[in-house]
Design a protein around this ligand. Sequence first.
Ligand SMILES: C[S@@+](CC[C@H](N)C(=O)[O-])C[C@H]1O[C@@H](n2cnc3c(N)ncnc32)[C@H](O)[C@@H]1O
Ligand code: SF4
Ligand code: SF4
Length: 383
Amino acid sequence: MDGMSLREARTRVIGRGLRARDGLSHLFRTPEAGPLRTLNIEMTILCNLRCPMCWWYGTNGVAPTLIRNGDPLWSKQLTKDEIFRILDGVRGEVEHLHLSGAETFARADTIEVLEYASRLGMTCSFTTNGTLLDSRPGWLERIAAARVRTIVVSIDGPEDVHDAIRGQGMFRKTTETIRRLIALRGDRTTPLFAVNSTVTSGILGRMNEVVETARSVGFDEVRFQHLWFADPATALVHAQALKADFGIEDHGADAHVMPVPGAEYGRRVARELREVQRRNFPYRVDVRPNLNEEQAARYYSDLNYSVVGHCSRPWGNPTIKASGEVVFCPDQWISYSIGNVRDAPIEQLWNGDKARTFREKLDARGLYPGCVRCCAINVDFRG
Ligand SMILES: C[S@@+](CC[C@H](N)C(=O)[O-])C[C@H]1O[C@@H](n2cnc3c(N)ncnc32)[C@H](O)[C@@H]1O
Ligand code: SF4
Ligand code: SF4
């Protein structure tokens, strides 16, 4: 039994049986995953904004270097037709498609991908900075007509805070565009409009203003998202672990390196978030992850602290990068690729040798060092 205990072997056998029927492989952490139900596509690494906390274009963001070096992530971007063929291949299996990017709508054909997926019967969601949604006449109407379940729009604070992060005039541009898009929804219940507000120091004392803005624009809910970050030591041991397990030079976690805010900052954030939730109830204000004061103190000061001890993402939620590489980990945390959709269909890659190897290695470790601040374990994915 290859050193496997009887209990482990039994768990895996039961796991395989359940996996096929119910997609429960993530509970049993078998090397083989259940059916692919949700797919993420990063449409592009281009973006019109330069938010300082962002791993694409922020202080340590990776995108400018990738573009300067002609990295395939940028220079070999999947075409619209290639994306259509991927969607054809997973038709009837994938139920939900989430689009992101850097900026999802920095590509003019994102709208056509949404429409194509809708025609195939998939529901869709996307995250956007909201500034490019009306770049071409008729886009808003077309978005409103597609099968979009959720539209997540980044608003990082009241106008002055948001514009200090995202650029002068961006708050007005985004809120005015979303107002028009919400009007086009009419009496329908979808799409759901959610604000995604990344918690940075600028909104301390002003979080309630974010909720007031969201309510006045007509958003259905607000999701406050704790910062994802690393310190240099964590980024280094993360890269060393990836080198040891996969033989790859992967320094993607460096893009997340930023000053560690500290325990007292964490306590303040948690107190204010709790108060904002209380004050606005029953309006939905989610906090991701929802930390109490002591947990938040540790989250913002101790990079060995993790809210949960394992990650299920590789068992259910792959990301196709703009270059066609298929990865399990979002946001450049781990760039280990299970293959490129130009070489093999994603249905084949999903349980191919490289995918199984990654699941086994991850299962053995529990988490890689940088995982502790990755969105996959700190945000419940809800497209
Ligand atoms: C990278 S953006 C991509 C989509 C789009 N460009 C946007 O801004 O919404 C996705 C989300 O990640 C958030 N984000 C960026 N950097 C972050 C960080 N260090 N920690 C947590 N969230 C972050 C952004 O605010 C945004 O809501
Ligand atoms: S708009 Fe989005 S992708 Fe662009 S820099 Fe800001 S957070 Fe990053
Ligand atoms: S928590 Fe770790 S393993 Fe899971 S998706 Fe994030 S980087 Fe990958």
